[in-house]
Design a binder for this molecule. Structure first.
Ligand code: FAD
Length: 404
């Protein structure tokens, strides 16, 4: 049996920021990662809040060293050609008003390498296969079948879509959101917007809000292009993922122009049923972070931000606990995380029922409203000075009623 202070499952953004934070405070950390890095994972557009969280964890240099595409904002467009571009620097005064578009295979490797250089013990191609919650003992399996046992003071489950502890401990519960599908690929040589919007993420609404397309430009000239829709909408086409991707992109009047001379450079991939929730986010011996806890929806690129936020917060609380403080994880972790998640949830709901688009495209909206929305879409969903954070549903409903 190997003893460690903290055992972390998964080396994605959430696991990396936790590991780096813990080792910098002098605690021993073991991270096991199921696959070999670099590995592909979806989730390529970051929010300004990510920069802030990485800066606090002393990891910003790793992000900067990736020479990633500068992302100054987000633009939305529908088929009626209503258009709005939101410049992240026009926020409510937060320091970080931009972020990056990243290939995750590169970013995630940089971040876990950073955690290793700070002292984390990380092993790849090792899988967590069992967990004894009462004794806090983790069983791992290596590629050759070797089994090992670890005993930890705390376990952080940062296993993302693997959802290791939710599966092993029966913590899964239904998401509040319906099942949707994303169908995606990467292309070369698309026609990008000129000027400052060059590095923006562009979101193109398809039809009467039946689907939307993400356009995420990378610094190497390639672009990620994905479509998100309800499962039933996808099934109604009776097409393969590749046929569907091709059909939607080239029948949308904006996307078809952007990609008319481009070449697809990877196979079309898909993921569905990704919205997930859990019955609880912690217990005495473990904490769930990142996508292993709750994942909402890709539309506002909130996933990595929430993964960093929860990974950093979990590490901060564990450090305090291991130093002898008594921690109220319900208040300081779960309630805190749910506050931000629920702000994004209201925006996701308002996106799919059309209220948010109506607000975004309204020529009547004031600069003040725009700044509040920009701040939220930048990931500042814990900013109590923003009235749209404190009561998101009320703010969205009343703003929609006034502007419609
Ligand atoms: C269609 C779609 C588009 C998205 N777009 C965006 C976007 O633009 N921006 C954004 O911020 N987010 C986006 N997301 C969300 C983003 O993918 C996730 O929120 C993010 O990757 C979560 O990070 P994580 O560290 O929690 O988990 P992950 O990045 O999934 O990392 C978890 C790691 O755990 C490892 N693991 C799994 N099981 C085990 C095991 N048994 N033992 C050991 N290791 C294990 C995995 O191999 C993996 O490397 C998108 C999601 C979807 C579905």
């Amino acid at each position: 049996m190997i003893e460690v202070d903290v055992f972390i499952i998964g080396a994605g953004p959430s696991g990396s920021i936790s590991a780096a934070s813990l080792v910098q405070d002098g605690f021993s950390v073991k991270v096991v990662e199921k696959v070999k890095f670099p590995r592909f994972v979806i989730g390529e557009s970051l929010l300004p809040r990510c920069n802030e969280l990485l800066e606090r964890a002393n990891m910003l240099e790793s992000l900067k060293s990736g020479a990633f595409q500068f992302k100054g904002g987000v633009a939305f467009r529908n088929e009626k050609d209503d258009f709005v571009a939101l410049d992240f620097s026009k926020n409510l005064g937060q320091k970080w008003g931009s972020s990056f578009q990243v290939k995750r295979e590169k970013l995630d490797s940089l971040l876990i390498d950073d955690a290793i250089s700070k002292g984390a013990d990380v092993e790849f191609e090792v899988e967590v296969v069992a967990y004894d919650e009462s004794e806090n003992i983790i069983s791992t399996k290596e590629l050759d079948g070797t089994l090992k046992l670890y005993k930890a003071k705390k376990v952080l489950d940062a296993s993302g879509y693997g959802r290791v502890l939710p599966r092993l401990l029966d913590l899964e519960c239904d998401s509040s959101l319906p099942s949707r599908r994303a169908v995606f690929a990467r292309v070369d040589q698309d026609e990008r917007p000129e000027g400052e919007q060059n590095g923006y993420i562009f979101v193109d609404i398809v039809g009467d809000n039946e689907a939307w397309i993400w356009n995420i430009p990378f610094s190497d000239g390639t672009t990620s292009v994905g479509i998100v829709c309800k499962e039933e909408y996808f099934e109604s086409f009776n097409m393969s993922d590749e046929e569907f991707w091709q059909h939607i992109i080239y029948s949308n009047h904006t996307a078809s122009k952007r990609y008319k001379n481009s070449k697809r450079i990877v196979d079309v991939g898909s993921i569905s049923g990704y919205s997930a929730a859990v019955k609880k986010m912690f217990d005495k011996n473990y904490i769930l972070t990142g996508n292993a806890s709750e994942f909402l929806d890709p539309v506002f690129s909130s996933g990595v931000t929430l993964a960093f936020e929860s990974g950093a917060k979990a590490a901060e609380l564990v450090i305090r606990e291991l130093r002898g403080e008594s921690i109220n994880y319900k208040e300081e972790y779960e309630d805190y995380m749910m506050l931000g998640i629920n702000v994004f949830r209201e925006y996701v709901n308002a996106w799919y029922d059309g209220r948010l688009q109506s607000i975004l495209f309204s020529p009547k909206k004031s600069d003040k409203i725009t700044k509040k929305v920009i701040s939220i879409l930048s990931g500042y969903v814990w900013d109590e000075n923003n009235s749209f954070v404190n009561s998101p549903k009320f703010a969205l409903d009343t703003t929609y009623e006034v502007l419609k």
